[in-house]
Design a protein around this ligand. Structure first.
Ligand SMILES: [Zn+2]
Length: 336
């Protein structure tokens, strides 16, 4: 069975994943201290991470997309939509996520003509991992706040508290509190001897093959979900499972739990979810990439990381380099 590199501890292994590399101190102890938060908001060290319609503000830099953080004076009436959400500090600056309305968005783009509100999933293919993590963190909280604007019990408006990390029902008789929600999902590279199993979902971009994945259902362990999903998607039975690493995936609100698993045999079959599932040896994968018959998931995804780790274990080579060499991958303008 393919085994993760045990010389790398699991904390480091997960931090290699894009969106997991945030090094902010989240300052949770100050979230309920309005005086401290107000002071931080008004200080020169305050930086806003603006979100408009769940899109992040980015600009073209010399080495790819860069996050654009705004200073307090750059935003007119910052609290007209929602109070800022305290994200944390990098030791020099205090970061706040900030919801932007349409007119504020226009003002920001006028003042920053080089910037744009972009889809983070595409933009993150080509940006510094740390900043991708800050933007993903802000986006995840923003999504949760908007999706839970009303109380799920009595239907009254929810009020943001704890500097954006808690919602409280405004109906005093109810007062229900709710906290950010995350949907756990499993993602797995299944192997058998010297081959790995990749599948193709009908809804994916042309020629895309990737690992198998699915949401954990109520009443399931991660392992139960993994065994069920792999059988549902590929009719493959597993004999061993090994946890590798995890990744926050705010598209819209998942925590991806990544595994390698060993199949009992090479038997597999297409299913309702997957139009094709196929075993690939390193040679098969090399040939498919060279001929542009297979396009793997983007390098920001844990799916790619799981495949690349297996590839390195099999042949000692870097899969990212192999794909760049073949020229059939992603460009900064999106998927080729
Ligand atoms: Zn309520």
């Amino acid at each position: 069975m393919s085994r993760p590199d045990l010389s790398i501890d699991r904390i480091t292994r997960s931090r290699r994943n894009v969106f997991a590399s945030v090094r902010l101190d989240r300052l949770a102890e100050y979230r309920d201290d309005p005086e401290w938060v107000e002071k931080a908001l008004l200080s020169d060290a305050a930086r806003f991470v603006p979100l408009w319609r769940n899109r992040n503000l980015l600009a073209d830099g010399t080495d790819g997309q860069v996050a654009v953080y705004l200073k307090p004076g750059e935003i007119d009436r910052p609290d007209t939509v929602q109070p800022p959400t305290l994200l944390g500090t990098d030791g020099k600056r205090y970061f706040f996520a900030l919801s932007i309305n349409d007119s504020q968005q226009e003002d920001i783009l006028k003042a920053r003509p080089e910037a744009g509100f972009l889809d983070l999933r595409l933009a993150s293919m080509d940006m510094d991992a740390k900043h991708a993590g800050v933007l993903a963190y802000a986006k995840a909280l923003h999504y949760w706040q908007y999706r839970h604007a009303f109380c799920g019990i009595c239907g009254h408006v929810n009020r943001l508290e704890s500097s954006g990390h808690k919602l409280v029902c405004s109906n005093e008789e109810c007062g229900r509190e709710s906290f950010p929600r995350i949907d756990p999902a499993i993602i797995v590279l299944v192997t058998h001897e010297n081959a790995c199993l990749l599948g193709r979902n009908t809804t994916w971009p042309e020629k895309r093959f990737s690992t198998l994945a699915g949401f954990v259902e109520p009443g399931e362990s991660l392992e139960d979900a993994l065994v069920r999903e792999v059988y549902e998607e590929a009719q493959v039975s597993l004999k061993d499972i090994r946890y590798v690493s995890s990744q926050p995936w705010p598209f819209p609100a998942s925590a991806m739990c990544g595994f390698h698993a060993e199949s009992v045999s090479r038997e597999c079959g297409a299913t309702e979810e997957m139009e094709e599932v196929r075993w690939f040896t390193v040679e098969d994968l090399d040939a498919a990439i060279s001929l542009d018959n297979v396009r793997l998931p983007p390098p920001v995804s844990i799916a790619f990381r799981l495949i690349a780790d297996w590839y390195r274990q099999q042949c000692g080579e870097d899969l990212g380099e192999r794909i760049r060499h073949a020229g059939s991958w992603v460009s900064r303008k999106g998927i080729k």
